[in-house]
Design a protein around this ligand. Structure first.
Ligand SMILES: [Zn+2]
Length: 307
């Protein structure tokens, strides 16, 4: 294993320690904070999505021009990575989202292998903190026997998000394309509900880790700010859901967001906040392990992965 250390944050004491291990389809990226906390992203694999799932509502000509800069074909299937964030802080070992498990797509569900390769026993996870209830974030919380995979962990979800997926009306209102999401979320949340800790916008889910309501992708989507000042890192979940169009044209509505206009407004506010605070970000579907910096371009923004 080759480790390379580089300082990504010229104005802070934070240092990035990155490694990519190209075996078994998983990757691992690390970020060490000056307060001693350590963040690792682990790959759950890659989703496979039809291009229109994201690009459907977008202007085709300009879309093609922007995607060409990423060497992407606008009609080809999308294969976004899925990055699970692991925070080791004091006595806690917290996961942000749990991956897809074995019941969603065959190209995801690699988190247990990634944990094993990193020498982490699922029983050692103390908290599983969900950004939202979509399959690639929630379904991996249960094993193939419908038992919690992270059996000793406290599971946590935003109250608004939990209530949305537990509502009988959601499966009817969410649309045919996502009806299976609603059924799957409800079933899993019912199994986790007795031990689920619900939280609100602005609450600390762990010491120094603050939940931030970022609605639009789902009604109760939560991002999380870890640390503060120049050391701050934002776990974005799917609030900025890809490293190409969501950065280059954050104002464009995306087919992957349940309330596209609200999600675009949330993205605009997040970019303003990230730039003002000079934050490092971690995106669930961003490239290069998901940890990186944001730079401003002529029109929109660019994601600069740490690796
Ligand atoms: Zn999602």
């Amino acid at each position: 294993m080759t480790l390379t250390r580089r300082s990504l944050l010229a104005t802070s004491g934070a240092a990035i320690l990155s490694t990519t291990l190209p075996r078994r389809g998983w990757t691992e990226t690390r970020l060490s904070l000056s307060n001693g906390a350590e963040i690792v992203t682990l790959s759950d694999g890659n989703l496979t999505l039809p291009a229109d799932f994201i690009f459907g509502p977008m202007p085709k000509d300009e879309l093609a021009t922007i995607l060409a800069g990423f060497e992407m074909d606008p009609s080809a299937p999308l294969t976004p990575p899925c990055n699970i964030t692991l925070l080791r802080q004091g006595d806690s070992l917290a996961l942000f989202d749990a991956g897809s498990g074995s019941g969603f797509q065959s190209s995801v569900g690699a988190l247990p292998d990634a944990l094993a390769a990193a020498g982490i026993d699922p029983y050692d996870i103390t908290h599983v903190i969900f950004t939202h209830g979509h399959p690639d974030h929630l379904w991996g919380a249960l094993d193939d026997f419908d038992e919690p995979l992270f059996a000793n962990a406290t599971h946590m979800m935003g109250q608004v998000e939990f209530d949305y997926w537990m509502d009988d009306a959601t499966v009817e209102s969410i649309g045919a394309e996502r009806a299976s999401f609603a059924v799957g979320a409800r079933r899993r949340l019912e199994l986790l509900a007795d031990d689920m800790v619900l939280f609100a916008d602005g609450e600390a889910v762990l010491p120094g880790v603050t939940a931030q309501l970022t609605p639009g992708h789902t009604p109760g989507h939560m991002a999380f700010v870890i640390g503060e000042g120049a050391d701050a890192v934002m776990v974005l979940g799917d609030a900025i859901g890809n490293g190409h169009i969501a950065f280059a044209r954050p104002d464009w509505t995306s087919g992957s967001d349940q309330d596209p206009a609200l999600a675009a407004a949330t993205r605009a506010a997040l970019f303003a906040q990230i730039m003002a605070a000079d934050m490092t970000v971690i995106g669930f579907h961003l490239q290069g392990g998901g940890i990186g910096r944001v730079t401003r371009g002529d029109d929109g923004f660019t994601f600069q992965p740490a690796i």
